[in-house]
Design a binder for this molecule. Structure first.
Ligand SMILES: Cc1cc2nc3c(=O)[nH]c(=O)nc-3n(C[C@H](O)[C@H](O)[C@H](O)COP(=O)(O)OP(=O)(O)OC[C@H]3O[C@@H](n4cnc5c(N)ncnc54)[C@H](O)[C@@H]3O)c2cc1C
Length: 503
């Protein structure tokens, strides 16, 4: 039986006094559990809410900065994609001087949508992005998985209010350009220098510095390469031998449809009544859809097998690509094919997947990679950019944990090992969705549909073949706290040091 640390005894004059026992002989109640349990979640949530409340009280709308790190660095980031800008924000908030160098003459994202799952939105909201995004995002109520042939719902994940309640953050969908612009505006507000039209063509990992095409050199204490799938920085952290992402034999058509066209037909209009994600799945193919731009456009990603060389795709006429796309989904749910027929133009993208790298940090410990450069993945968990946001938050936290430059390499390697584990598992989970969704009609498809029936019928379940709903996967995927994981690894590595920085 667990006893109290102290007991109250009556003394001679009737008053009481506290007699303190030697506490060492009594077992201490644990504050956290090392085994998987959800029973202490309410306390974790309460503590977070209390900390957030405290932080909000301190933070005015026009001051997005966090408590500065003890080590203040000059940081050069290559690439102003979603990942590079996320890193710029996370680091500038902690007081670092950040310069972003981008090859494009102006900032733009492909005209399509992106999902911002709760593990990412929690960080973005903490950084102060909500006011920039609020008018642009859609908060879908659910994700409905539909049978390819007739649109019957075969799996159903409820997002509202479940994800906000369980994972402490909303699940958003948004136009990429709006997301990108929100990050850019916040970065500028935090004093980040974004230098456009500057293609980096040389790295010096020891200085560390980058040189751009016009010969200008940018030097810092740390260089972060967030230069995307075709990264040049990646070979620098792999001792000169690149490990580029591999083709998967799948490609995606990306397109948007004007919702006004859909409203003209009762069956397609029905999909717009409640904001939601609708995903049709069938043999070797699937179509992910949701509305973006405050509900004005219907975003579509149509994944299909394609082993041809992407170099040849640019030679195909837009009409040819459109007709191939329609051919791929011939015979699918008539509601879906009606929407596919409304697509006027589409872009075709190869779907690549990286394999886990052995290193993200160069041997100089002054240059590192993150984002798609480090962990490209198929978009089937909708987590690629979310992983870059987590990379950014975790990196700022790792640097925040050290108090002098000599400890920085160790912090970077802890960040690297935590992030390699997390992102390689997400690469795997993304590929597993490709397996779960693409069964031909037959025994595996029927067993899968049976394994998701409980969620459609509103019955309780402890496992699901839908990774958005499966309670264990949900917790790992959306409940992940990128900053806390780095801190845990740092504390585990250095038990005697007891580094705190007031966190
Ligand atoms: C079909 C599809 C759907 C997706 N859906 C989702 C989703 O719903 N949710 C999600 O989280 N993720 C999703 N993703 C993944 C997501 O789009 C990427 O993970 C994310 O955009 C990667 O961002 P990044 O900044 O790492 O790379 P990039 O966006 O590629 O940015 C790299 C930047 O670096 C610049 N650059 C490159 N080389 C140089 C150089 N030498 N000098 C200077 N600048 C340079 C580039 O111009 C670019 O601006 C999806 C991906 C696809 C293909």
């Amino acid at each position: 039986m667990i006893q109290a640390d102290s007991e109250t005894t009556a003394n001679g004059n009737g008053s009481s006094q506290v007699k303190t026992e030697d506490t060492a002989q009594f077992i201490k109640l644990p504050d956290t559990a090392s085994y998987p349990t959800g029973s202490l979640d309410f306390l974790v949530k309460l503590r977070k809410e209390q900390a957030q409340q405290e932080a909000m009280e301190k933070l005015s709308l026009h001051d997005r900065r966090d408590k500065p790190s003890r080590l203040s660095l000059k940081i050069v980031i290559v690439g102003a994609g979603l990942g590079g800008l996320a890193a710029a924000i996370a680091l500038a908030r902690k007081g670092h001087k950040v310069t972003v160098v981008e090859q494009a003459p102006f900032l733009a994202e492909v005209g399509a949508g992106i999902q911002i799952p709760s593990n990412s939105s929690r960080l973005l909201i903490k950084w102060g992005l909500k006011p920039y995004l609020a008018a642009k995002v859609v908060t879908p109520e659910s994700i409905a998985f539909k049978r390819w042939q007739n649109g019957d719902v075969i799996a159903l994940t409820k997002l509202v209010p479940e994800f906000q309640e369980n994972f402490d953050a909303p699940y958003y969908v948004v136009h990429r350009a709006h997301f990108h612009d929100a990050l850019y505006q916040l970065a500028l507000e935090l004093g980040v220098d974004v230098i456009l039209n500057s293609k980096v063509n040389n790295y010096d990992e020891n200085a560390p510095s980058v040189t751009v095409e016009d010969g200008k050199t940018y030097t810092g204490d740390l260089v972060i390469c967030s230069d995307g799938v075709k990264s040049i920085g990646r070979s620098k952290v792999l001792a000169g031998v690149d490990q580029a992402p591999l083709r998967t034999g799948f490609a995606a058509y990306r397109a948007t449809v004007d919702v006004e066209k859909m409203k003209a037909h009762p069956d397609t209009a029905k999909l717009l009544l409640v904001p939601g994600l609708n995903l049709w799945i069938g043999e070797m193919r699937h179509v992910m859809t949701y509305t973006i731009s405050g509900g004005k456009a219907f975003n579509m990603v149509l994944s299909h097998p394609d082993r041809s060389d992407p170099a040849g795709w640019v030679k195909q006429s837009p009409e040819n690509i459109l007709s191939q796309m329609r051919e791929h989904f011939n015979g699918w749910d008539p509601t879906l094919t009606k929407i596919i027929d409304m697509i006027d133009t589409t872009l075709k993208w190869p779907l690549l997947s990286g394999t886990p790298l052995k290193s993200w940090v160069a041997s100089s410990n002054k240059l590192l990679i993150m984002g798609d450069a480090a962990h490209a993945m198929v978009p089937y968990m909708s987590q690629g950019a979310a992983m870059a946001v987590e990379d950014a938050a975790a990196l700022a936290e790792a640097i925040d944990l050290v108090d002098n430059a000599a400890d920085l390499p160790e912090a970077l390697h802890i960040w690297e090992s935590v992030r390699i584990l997390r992102t390689s598992q997400m690469q795997e989970a993304s590929l597993i969705n490709g397996k779960l969704w693409h069964f031909p009609d037959g025994p595996e498809q029927r067993a899968r549909d049976a394994a998701t029936r409980a969620e459609v019928e509103g019955r309780q379940f402890t496992t699901s073949a839908n990774q958005w709903s499966d309670p264990t996967t949900q917790r790992w995927c959306y409940g992940y706290d990128a900053e806390a994981e780095v801190k845990k690894a740092w504390d585990g590595r250095l038990p005697s040091k007891g580094i705190s920085n007031g966190h």
